[in-house]
Design a protein around this ligand. Structure first.
Ligand code: TYD
Ligand code: MG
Length: 458
């Protein structure tokens, strides 16, 4: 039992290796994230490295290699296929991260059932829940008869042995944090275990051509190692996000070797699983009634998709010395910055007013393209005057009060026109801007300075 084993030091956030321990990771700049990990004893073939792995690879011409799009495996949900870049690619490794309870197991069981019914051999490795629990979920999703095989196992060696025997085409590991390799003594979920277990399974996927999906929990405290470390190892990283108080869920591709990154799928959680949301661009406006003071409309670009959102501001006389500024859906500092620009260049004084800001539906937006809409919502609440119901806003706000152009103007305007908006306040167009002459059935109102905004709004 006295095998000589090596150690290494790895950052749990970014995966950077070090020869010695250090307090701060010089790669990602975080403190106290570098931990010692024990590497498997050298000189001894690990369970996963079969004879095939040792055989030298053959040379191939670049022109003869490539992904055949026809070979992509559909997932059963068009939204998910779009995020993946057209379906699953053989041999691809996918990491699905997200908070506990957001619906990761639900989504993957649904996809597994579809893929299994379409004729692919599917193996669902559950290290977290018992077979009965997974079966209960399957019944809820009405997929209990699907051709999915279940393995409740947490030893990677046992899993790989089973995979070798069964040769499945699609493997789901729920979750990667629960697996452990017998090569290491550290606890399941530790950095060393996570890294080694994933590496063994990845090797299997690449050799056999199976599609491998890992579920990973995101924890803030770092009690169990976050899946950040795995992001470098896999081909595709998907994040499943949402708010427990809302039905909708967002699946985002953060990294994708087989398709566009940043692409987004909109799904809704129902009593029997996840469903696609058909009219995504209108989804966040569905509960909108007549326009109220303090609300403004802006189109947001998410991946290749335009979502139209309602920006809400509430500006109230402050009763305490220090006015409150509370932002949801945008960065707190972003709100402070926009308020400063409005004060300096927009002709209003907000010094003794509380300002609350929210994006209806709980969406979070980082795009500066909603700056102008945010300013319009604040002005509307400040003056207690509702904006016209068929008016939208596009533009980034500069520190000098200037309104700057944003990308994808044509796409945003086309979507607004399609949804029946009649007017849109836009940045001043350059001379050869096609989107301005096109106008998409709307009246475009160019605005160069935030000082001129009130005139156009009221
Ligand atoms: P789950 O997939 O277990 O989440 P995760 O694997 O990310 O931890 O699902 C979590 C929640 O989803 C759970 O609170 C119940 C709810 N749910 C539904 O609303 N409808 C459904 O059909 C299913 C299966 C779950
Ligand atoms: Mg789960």
């Amino acid at each position: 039992m006295n095998r000589k084993s090596k150690t290494a030091y790895v950052c749990t956030e970014c995966g950077q290796d070090y020869a010695k321990w250090r307090g701060k990771c010089s790669n990602c700049g975080l403190w106290d994230t570098v931990h010692e990990i024990r590497l498997p004893a050298s000189g001894r073939a690990s369970a996963a490295s079969s004879a095939a792995a040792r055989a030298p690879a053959a040379l191939r011409r670049l022109a003869e290699c490539g992904v055949d799009d026809a070979q992509r495996l559909p997932s059963g949900l068009g939204e998910i296929d779009r995020v993946l870049g057209g379906g699953f690619v053989r041999g691809a490794c996918i990491l699905l991260g997200g908070d506990p309870g957001i619906g990761k197991s639900t989504l993957l069981l649904q996809l597994a059932a579809y893929v299994g019914d379409a004729g692919t051999h599917v193996l669902y490795v559950s290290g977290e829940e018992s077979a009965e629990q997974v079966a209960m979920r399957a019944r809820r999703l009405h997929v209990e008869h699907a051709g999915v095989e279940l393995l409740t196992e947490t030893s990677v060696e046992a899993v790989v042995r089973m995979l070798g025997e069964q040769q499945p085409g699609f493997v789901i590991v729920d979750s990667i944090q629960t697996l452990f390799t017998e090569e290491l003594q550290s606890a399941p979920g530790s950095v060393a275990q996570l890294r080694e277990s994933a590496a063994i399974l990845l090797r299997f996927a690449k050799e056999s051509g199976a599609i491998m999906v890992f579920i990973g929990h995101v924890t803030k405290e770092g009690a169990i190692a976050g899946p950040r470390l795995l992001e470098h190892m896999v081909d595709t990283v998907l994040y499943f996000e949402g708010d427990a108080s809302y039905q909708y869920r967002v699946l985002r591709a953060v990294k994708n070797r087989f398709g566009p990154a940043g692409e987004l799928a909109l799904l809704s959680m129902s009593d029997d699983g996840l469903r696609e949301i058909a009219n995504a661009s209108e989804f966040f406006l569905m509960n909108r009634h007549s326009p109220q003071a303090g609300t403004a409309i802006a189109p947001v670009l998410e991946g290749s998709r335009i979502l139209t959102v309602e920006l809400q501001a509430l500006v109230n006389k402050s009763h305490f010395g220090m006015p409150q500024r509370v932002a949801a859906g945008i960065n707190q500092r972003k709100l402070a910055l926009l308020l400063a620009v409005l004060e300096r260049h927009g002709g209003i004084v907000l010094g003794d007013f509380d300002v609350f800001f929210n994006i209806a539906g709980g969406l979070t937006v980082v795009e500066p393209a909603i700056d102008l809409g945010t300013a319009a919502a604040i002005l509307s609440s400040f003056r207690n005057l509702p904006l016209r119901g068929d008016l939208a806003h596009i533009g980034e706000l500069g520190l000098g009060g200037e309104i700057r152009p944003v990308n994808a103007m044509a796409g945003r305007l086309r979507e607004l026109g399609r949804m029946g908006f009649k007017e849109c306040i836009v940045p001043p167009p350059s001379r050869k801007a096609d989107w301005f002459s096109e106008a998409y059935g709307m009246k475009l109102l160019p605005c160069a300075k935030v000082g001129g905004l009130q005139e156009l709004l009221f």
